[in-house]
Design a protein around this ligand. Sequence first.
Ligand SMILES: *Cc1c(COP(=O)(O)O)cnc(C)c1O
Length: 402
Amino acid sequence: MLNKLVIETEEELKDKFNEIDETALKNSEKVLDAFHKERLQSSDFNGTTGYGYGDVGRDKLERIYADIFHMEKALVRNQFVSGTHALTVAFFGLLRPGDTLLSIAGLPYDTLHKVIGIIPNESSLMSFGINYKYIDLINNDFDYDRIKNSLDNVKVVHIQRSIGYSDRETLSIEKLEIVIKFIKDINKEIIIYVDNCYCEFCTDLEPTDVGADIVVGSLIKNLGAGIANNGAYIVGKSHLIDLCAERLTSPGLGSEVGPSLNQNKYFLEGLYFAPMVVANALKIKLLTGKLCQKLGYKVINENLNDIVLGIVFNDEKKLINYVKTIQEVSAIDAHFEPVPTDMPGYDNKIIMASGSFTDGSSIELSCDAPIREPYIAYQQGSLTYEYGKIGIIKALEKIGNK
Ligand SMILES: *Cc1c(COP(=O)(O)O)cnc(C)c1O
């Protein structure tokens, strides 16, 4: 039975789990200090409607995000429909016709291909005359020679930390710090833009602590902690955030409009729980990784830089079977069967197990994959360690039996 293997594996992971708990403590201190600094009070939960002028809670929430990231300003909005939307707003906010965007962590996340114009689209950055280049990583690190030779006329350097649907490793804060310093030493005017999806609170430092100018992420991932109902954030230097705000709403309106409706409490409560929830997700990532290997599966991205574990199946049927099994052990919709399907923004068919309280939420136990070689399942989350542990034990037993 798996139970004995699980107890053994938990014992082996003790030191790593302690390390994760220490990070959660530091991040909780950051959150609490920011709440106190802003004198957060229960009336801040009252949202606004209509234009959303004078939304005190929303404004405090954004200052709290800015404080946690040690930055000047933030946009934390339910008007962002997803992480992709916030990333898009930031690209269009910062770039103008004739400017150049350079990605230095390889091809970006699938949904950004049409945003940028890597796959032609009438509304892409390229369609507005913005130039685009990307540089692949080598051995999971930056290609410094090529970066150095590609920086002429570059306005924005885009760095995606997490692996997306690739087979590389998530980039650590240490690697980020070195490459940002390298670029800024060559030209300090270049804007460093980081896609921070899945990485928030995995360590006690964020990209903005090591020189990033602007950082973007989704609230149905780490910082929403399964409590935020939707939304995303952009945090960074003041003038950059203002440019993004004018793109999210309208030139001249900027961040002053945008009603929080009744979401302030959920955003703040999500942030409050996020250090612990991210810690649980990290523990489930490590536990799943070790168990999978003991059972003969290959895994990738076994590190504490984000909450995503890749399980390599090299076989379409086995991949689909695993994803279905994760759906079967989910809290909600467990009796539904996920099937590979076309999804807006993605090039391949995608299969997604997300039996979650919030639709598509991947801080909850979830597993998704593009149907393409080498057939990797990307697993994230679990809001609690216990539900995650129960889920993966059941899932691994089920695929063992099939
Ligand atoms: C999840 C994710 C996004 C955004 O995805 P949405 O589903 O649009 O929120 C962007 N980049 C990376 C690396 C991601 O993991």
